[in-house]
Design a protein around this ligand. Structure first.
Ligand SMILES: C[S@@+](CC[C@H](N)C(=O)[O-])C[C@H]1O[C@@H](n2cnc3c(N)ncnc32)[C@H](O)[C@@H]1O
Length: 330
């Protein structure tokens, strides 16, 4: 097995509702065997937790990452092409961070900024806002209040450089999920992680983009899932474990996985829940499961100071302490 690369250490740099970091150990047993898919497509990429793992374990030759959130894709593009500039701008945000700076930055219009400033603003607001939520008003203005973190992890320069390495050669698209049908080809591996169908009215969370994701979107997604299967793609999807979702995917293999919901302003609603992973292919046998464990000495260089949780997995509402970022070049 080829040795680990620094890009293999990349991990989410955003707090993202529905982020999959906690489920990655379970996902390892569900991906297609390494070598079976040349191309990987992730149409709801969010914080890219799954992409980073798939890239390390399956080493796809081509990758296409998409999301309906334009700010998010702009941030990936800027990290991919101008990581030094994003790091410089984020260190400026870190230096200036205060309540006044947060609200001044929030009031700027993304479209008036250069792509790099827009990316740094997006990452800064994500790391310092309440619970890492992404919510915009009808005009597209970000409207989440500041969170109360003592020392929010605004910049991890080493991780951003690893993310840039990991994004090298990756195609990035702002696109609604149904456009996957325009570019997927037989043999591609596609992972769908849509906004989850609410298991109850109170668990509704659909504010990633301006438009919410309702039952008819879930139905359309199930049709896209089936159509991609007929085309010869290997398709994996996660969603909440409820009768509606199980009904939509009744013709496919459904695996239940225990998970924790992390973004919820009410602590009592952050308990364990069951989620489903739907596959249109047979899960690999244990011998086919790709293993590429991260070496502890590499990992420890890449963890927040004080041994806390990785940046992308910091529990909502809790401050994570970190030391200054190392100044080494990419
Ligand atoms: C559950 S999150 C994905 C989380 C991701 N797997 C992670 O680990 O962070 C769902 C994503 O779908 C995106 N999204 C919502 N509606 C969409 C649509 N109609 N088409 C494409 N993306 C959409 C959101 O911006 C969000 O990033």
């Amino acid at each position: 097995m080829p040795p680990l690369r620094r890009s293999d250490l990349a991990r989410p740099f955003l707090k993202w509702a529905g982020g999959k970091t906690q489920l990655l150990p379970r996902f390892e047993a569900l991906y297609p065997p390494a070598g079976r898919a040349r191309r990987y497509i992730e149409p709801f990429v969010g914080s890219a937790a799954v992409f980073f793992q798939v890239r390390r374990l399956l080493r796809p030759e081509e990758v296409l990452l998409a999301d309906g959130n334009e700010e998010l894709i702009n941030a990936y593009r800027e990290i991919q092409g101008s990581v030094h500039r994003v790091i410089r701008l984020l260190s400026e945000h870190r230096r200036l961070h205060s309540k006044e700076h947060y609200y001044r930055t929030r009031s700027l219009q993304a479209r008036d900024l250069s792509p790099a400033r827009r990316a740094a603003r997006f990452i800064y607001l994500n790391r310092t806002c309440f619970n890492g939520l992404y919510r915009v008003n009808r005009l597209g203005g970000f409207n989440v209040p500041m969170g109360s973190y003592r020392n929010p992890p605004i910049l991890d320069a080493e991780n951003l450089r690893n993310v840039a390495r990991s994004l090298a050669g990756v195609e990035l698209k702002v696109a609604p999920f149904h456009e996957t049908l325009d570019y997927a080809r037989a043999g591609d591996f596609i992972y769908f992680d849509p906004p989850y169908h609410p298991v109850s009215e109170t668990s509704r969370f659909t504010s990633y983009t301006r438009d919410s994701f309702g039952a008819s979107d879930q139905e359309e997604l199930a049709k896209v899932f089936a159509a991609l299967g007929r085309r010869g793609c290997l398709v994996m999807l996660s969603n909440s474990d409820c009768a509606f979702i199980r009904g939509l995917y009744r013709d496919f293999a459904i695996h239940a996985v225990p998970a924790r919901r992390s973004i919820n302003s009410r602590g009592d609603r952050r308990g364990p829940v069951s989620e489903v992973v739907v596959l249109n292919y047979e899960a690999p046998s244990p011998a086919q499961i790709p293993r590429r464990p991260l070496q502890p000495e590499l990992l420890s260089r890449n963890m927040p100071a004080g041994g806390g949780s990785p940046v992308g997995t910091a529990r909502a509402g809790r401050a994570t302490r970190r030391g200054p970022a190392p100044a080494d070049a990419i």
